[in-house]
Design a protein around this ligand. Sequence first.
Ligand code: BGC
Length: 709
Amino acid sequence: MKLFAILLMIAAPAFAASRNNQERVENLLKRMTLDEKLGQLQQSGGPVEGSLDLVDQAGKGRLSSTLNVRGAKAINQIQRAAVEKSRLKIPLIFAFDVIHGYRTIFPIPLAMASSWDPAVVESASTLAAREAWMDGLRWTFSPMLDIARDPRWGRVAEGNGEDPYLGSAMARAYVRGYQGDDASAVGRLAACAKHWVGYGAAEAGRDYSTTEISERTLREIYFPPFRAAVDAGVWTFMSAFNDLDGVPASANHWTLTDILRHDMGFKGFVVSDWDSVLQLIAHGLAANEADAAKRALSAGVDMEMNSTTYMKELPSLIKAGKIPMAVVDEAVRRVLNAKFALGLFEHPYADESKKAGAPDEESRTVARRAAERSLVLLKNDNGVLPFFPGIKKLAVLGDLADDGAAVLGSWSGDGRPEEAVTILAGIRDAVPETQVVFSSETVIKDADAYVLVLGEKGDMSGEASSRAYLGLRGEDLALARGALITGKPVVAVLLNGRPLTLTGIVDEVPAIIEAWQPGTEGGHAVASALFGKINPGGKLPISFPRTVGQVPLYYNHKSTGRPAEDENHFTSKYLDAPVTPQFPFGWGLSYTKFSLSDLRLSAPKIARGGSVTVKASVSNDGAMAGDEVVQLYIKRRGVSVTRPVRELKGFSRVALPQGAKKEVAFTLGPKELGFFGLDMRYSVEPGPVEVFVGTSSVGGLSASFTIGE
Ligand code: BGC
């Protein structure tokens, strides 16, 4: 009783505030003309600096939001027109793609997912929000929560990889980081879960391509990170570009309304992706702009980004009775409610005395730590790394080593390549006593050791950057060959926005660090790892294929009726390549050595609603402190539908001093054990459960228990 009273007291102010907002929304709505209502559903792609046209539209109450305009002064100029000139004085909300940093750039999301440390994501997005806020922004189009199983798709860089459990943990961290407890607070932004939904399943990995995803796979693989974002209180969603089983995501009533609003209970508003309403015509769904507007709005897209079909076409549709005014009102209501909740009516203006400046010590510290924790040691034969101390002459090879844009990657906000620490600069800072020589094209013959910096240029991944070949560039391979011929220690550092196929280095080069696009402080982080100041502890959030022909390739696949067997021809495999990945999901080495032991379950059998505790010990048996990510997977059989060969259901990144041992505990309850059965309902089915505790998605300790009837 006492606890309940306390809870009520805590909950009361928030409830009162939202009721108050509801009244304010309704009062406003009553006074709005149709033109003003449609204005609230329009976001303009407009120019960065703003324009007289935007000011004019804002003054007429015909604009709700902009994306790309930034800087307090430019923003205030437009806002002043809305708040002081327009009839109802409704403020605009200013948005921008703050994806992995604003001015200080953090590792790309795929890299931060490799940290398996949601705290990394939370601190990076908190800082990104603060910088963007100083430039007048109040809304970011992040996080991107698309599950991606196909590295040809360039946007794998922007997401959290292939797994829904890891993706959900990261989704929560992004939303918390941007929005905090209260998205209206100083330094916070409204977040946007995108792209709803299935966009990452683009056929053949070609961006914007059609998707065909079964309902079960949608529910189990593609929806969960979005659900996690809703549960974390995300304010907005973005509807995706892709055709989803015949109904493009921006016209899909089932996903936008039935699932998102009714099942998941989302209370914020949905913005379309750039022109995705207009593109319903190109999809071949909408006959014309009026039809596109009707389909998108009726499906549940509240605000239109860039294209203007709502503004142009809804008046006649409403007049003709083809769309009820109530549908428009509901969309406007959602937008206004968010604007009230985000405090825009109370604080519409940006503080012009503030400006997001160059990265400072604090932001660089956060960026460096994020980059360090995101590094994945893919290979380290004979302990080549960390480098032996006192190298006299070190050669750093490859154009990417000296390329600021290559460490920032795509969607780098207002980040500046010249403010980024390149790999070359990071190495030079780390070993001032060593002669560091650099060549972008030729191999320096007389060095004591070689660092090859290989991979992709900054613009080779991201939106519209799909690739059909995932191999290293010819010039990179030539450098690798040249360095290996010297017989001196050679290591490769990869800068890339997606998994690559590593033929030409993976068997030849003894040590490989996956640095992804590690952001403003990337060079320092990589150098710290090369020289052993830190010990890499990241793990892959996405599988690395051996060859493009294996794609899509992901760890949580189904078994098939004829799982691959070397000795049996008629099994599911290739004649010319193995079925296994080059590096599996969850993979990553360390300079020290870890072992797992003592796997224990709290019970051999549980009831259907019950839970089991899984415990194991991890010890650091090597010669250096380090981190291990202990991973928990399950496998079901004998249930109503086939299940993946493994599913991640828990993880914990553990830091252990040399010689230390620690117990790790996980709980498997209804949330982890349930799935969508034959009846497409989420439930826990009885039967055996295999449990694996390991350091990647392959191998590990195993045990089993039973779920009773
Ligand atoms: C992308 C979105 C992005 C939007 C606004 C679109 O092309 O798909 O992810 O938020 O542009 O820049």
